[in-house]
Design a protein around this ligand. Structure first.
Ligand SMILES: Cc1cc2nc3c(=O)[nH]c(=O)nc-3n(C[C@H](O)[C@H](O)[C@H](O)COP(=O)(O)OP(=O)(O)OC[C@H]3O[C@@H](n4cnc5c(N)ncnc54)[C@H](O)[C@@H]3O)c2cc1C
Length: 259
């Protein structure tokens, strides 16, 4: 796969800072941006757009990518483009499967070419083309949509190919020539998988990879913490009551001595 950042909002994080500071009538600063991100006020990230040229991903990866609705896509058409030789995309698939997949894909391609040679339309013949068919596209995503995309697709449960695509996109955005070092740090902190995006990292997935603690373990820790705190508090209350009882006893003894 080949991923290139081909265009972006001029001074992307500066533009975000300008938008953020408008909310508070303050001077634009990266600190305001960090503050907004921390408090979840992430709509300001929509001010920064990035356009990618992506080549050589599989059609199945494309299908996963286009499930992300807040992006614009222009994809090579299988209606208007016909294919002869094809480099099948087996990125991230088990090596042992690749030869079998490529062999079956070649059979499909031959059927496709026969139909096209018989003057059938490419848009009809493409019905036999497999998921490992490569495709090319141009995509524009704003930084907020990209953050959501990375939360899902940098997760170790995402399929390897789209995880690789997400990783390449992240590298391109970090290296954007219009970003300062501080901007790159902000980008690095938000373009992460969802477990890492949380201030206290935890994972809510059923199939848990172990990168962050499982949410149930965290809940138990908090619950146990509360139990401990309650125990300490009731112990402290008990001690205070004991002291009070002691004082009352002394007082009543003094009263009876004086009476
Ligand atoms: C590991 C994994 C396994 C998956 N398995 C399946 C599967 O088996 N079957 C399947 O169909 N899909 C599957 N998906 C795709 C998944 O269900 C989502 O469609 C995809 O991840 C896009 O997520 P999204 O809707 O949050 O993203 P986006 O479309 O990028 O939306 C981002 C956010 O915008 C908001 N938003 C967007 N549109 C709306 C709306 N119409 N109304 C309200 N809020 C909105 C939501 O807060 C959303 O989280 C899988 C994804 C992953 C990562």
């Amino acid at each position: 796969m080949e991923v290139k950042l081909i265009s972006w909002t001029k001074d992307p994080i500066g533009t975000v800072a300008k938008a953020a500071s408008m909310c508070y009538a303050s001077e634009p600063s990266r600190n305001v941006v960090r503050g907004c991100i921390k408090s979840g006020h992430t709509s300001i990230l929509e001010m920064a757009n990035y356009t990618f040229e992506i080549r050589g991903i599989s059609r199945s990866c494309l299908m996963q990518l286009t499930r992300h609705r807040h992006a614009s896509y222009a994809v090579e058409s299988q209606r208007y483009v016909t294919y002869d030789d094809v480099d099948w995309v087996t990125t991230g698939l088990p090596l042992v499967l690749s030869p079998m997949i490529e062999q079956q894909a070649d059979v499909s391609l031959e059927a496709y070419k026969d139909m096209v040679a018989m003057k059938h339309r490419a848009e009809d013949a493409r019905a036999v083309l497999p998921n490992c068919m490569p495709t090319n596209l141009v995509m524009t995503m704003n930084l907020r949509a990209m953050m959501n995309f990375m939360h899902e697709r940098l997760c170790s449960l995402a399929q390897t190919e789209i995880r690789m695509l997400a990783t390449e996109m992240k590298k391109c955005v970090i290296a954007c020539p219009d970003h300062t070092e501080e901007d790159a740090d902000i980008i690095k902190s938000i373009l992460v998988s969802k477990c890492q995006a949380r201030e206290i990292p935890y994972c809510t997935e059923r199939k848990w990879c172990g990168r962050a603690p499982n949410v149930e373990a965290v809940k138990k820790l908090i619950f146990d913490g509360h139990q401990l705190q309650n125990a300490v508090e009731s112990f402290a209350n008990g001690a205070a009551l004991k002291e009070l009882a002691e004082e009352a006893k002394n007082f009543s003894e003094k009263v009876s001595e004086n009476s």
